[in-house]
Design a protein around this ligand. Structure first.
Ligand SMILES: Cc1ncc(COP(=O)(O)O)c(C=O)c1O
Length: 397
């Protein structure tokens, strides 16, 4: 691994991983659950940040891998997860990986009707366990947390139609399959305790309605992480326990699948100014070698936790629009007002950018950047940037 001792010598653009922060988040949530529940599982949401180094570390810290496609399933195995430590969700399972997962003891939450059909192909000489995802319409169960007046979902089987009942009926009819758990993931914008109170309460009512004898409830993701004015892991855990206890279901194993809450805060991003242009008497465009694609691939963020690192003193200017390196006119990150003028070689450090960023960065004009891991005495490269050579691998030219 290439080593760099000084922060100033990191090659930009790059992500910087703080492993202590990731471990602190995993342990923080695990301890919060352990305080109340006999059995609980932290599922590391692979889609949120699929850096192999992080997957390996999460596994070492006893998190399971929560995967949502056959590719992520293979990735988790390559990064050292035994099938028993994989939670397999989502519609993008292949028949082969679905059957492999069910037969080798992974936690598999059925999402589609084709998976129900695949159950018929399991061997008859053994009992296999599966879970199923319940459809949640946030407007129905917790209107205060809903986005609009019909915050429905395209995931899970609905108990508002006959689809949940039919799916349960099919599973129950199979002598070699038992229903082991219920999955209820939704991320409400509020990420509020109230939402979990209501969604888990709804799940408990459905469990009772069908007399389901389950071993786990998978409450999915959707939690705040580091913000001091937001609910803590302990408050989320207390809420789950309180609702489950009201229904006599507190003995269930609770599975959580935090994405943002585990991996946002452990990643920073560093970019460098490569040009400064004055386009109006009071307005400068600052071009950096990072892009909004790197840290806001949905182009939705309105602010960042950023800091400008100046090399020399410069005059204060009215307006600077800090922009990315792409040829997209709208690749603009933020505006600085009445601040010293940034110049070539200055750097911008962004914090809290590990969630839904690097795993979604398009291969647009420049390929995926370096990732360094911070160590006591420097930095090591844990993923080298891709060049055109990596880009054309497996392509015919
Ligand atoms: C099934 C599932 N679990 C967990 C997550 C993680 O959600 P969050 O990042 O809001 O915690 C997602 C995100 O879409 C998801 O679809």
């Amino acid at each position: 691994m290439e080593r760099i001792s000084r922060y100033e010598d990191l090659i930009t653009p790059c992500f910087i991983l703080n492993t202590e922060e990731l471990v602190r988040s995993i342990h923080g949530y695990q301890n919060a659950l352990n305080n109340l529940f006999e059995k609980s599982v932290i599922g590391y949401s692979v889609k949120t940040n699929s850096t192999p180094y992080c997957l390996k570390l999460a596994g070492k810290e006893e998190a399971y891998a929560e995967v949502v496609s056959y590719d992520e399933y293979e990735l988790a195995k390559l990064c050292g997860f035994e099938q028993e430590h994989i939670i397999y969700n989502g519609p993008m399972k292949s028949k082969e990986t679905f059957l492999d997962a069910v037969m080798s003891g992974a936690i598999v939450n059925i999402e589609t009707k084709r998976e129900l059909a695949w159950l018929y192909e399991l061997p008859q000489n053994k009992i296999f366990k599966v879970g199923i995802r319940l459809n949640i319409n946030i407007s129905h169960i917790s209107p205060e947390d809903a986005d609009g007046d019909n915050d429905n979902s395209r995931f899970g089987f609905s108990d508002d139609t006959m689809e949940f009942a039919d799916a349960i009926g099919l599973i129950v009819s199979l002598s070699n399959v038992v229903l082991d758990g219920l999955h209820i993931h939704r991320t409400a914008h509020s990420r509020s305790l109230r939402f979990y109170k209501k969604s888990i309460n709804y799940a408990c009512e459905v469990i009772k309605k069908y007399g389901l004898q389950l071993n786990y409830i998978d409450v999915g993701g959707g939690y705040f992480g580091i913000f001091s004015d937001k609910p803590t892991f302990q408050q989320y855990s207390d809420t789950f326990y309180e609702v489950l206890r009201q229904h006599g279901l507190e003995r269930l194993c609770v599975i959580v699948e935090p994405g943002n809450a585990l991996v946002a805060s452990c990643y920073d991003f560093l970019s460098e100014v490569i040009d400064a242009k004055r386009v109006e008497s009071e307005c400068w465009f600052i071009t950096t070698d990072g892009s909004r694609n790197d840290i806001d691939p949905f182009f939705k963020k309105s602010s960042y936790l950023n800091e400008e690192l100046y090399q020399v003193e410069t005059p204060v200017v009215k307006k600077q629009i800090v922009s990315g390196c792409t040829c997209l006119e709208y690749d603009r990150l933020y505006t600085l007002t009445d601040r010293p003028l940034l110049s070539v070689g200055d750097r911008i450090h962004y914090k809290n950018v590990g969630a839904y960023t690097m795993c979604l960065t398009p291969m647009f004009i420049r390929y995926i950047p370096n990732i360094y891991v911070r160590e006591i005495d420097g930095y090591s490269l844990i993923r080298e940037k891709w060049t055109a050579e990596e880009y054309i691998q497996k392509s015919k030219i």
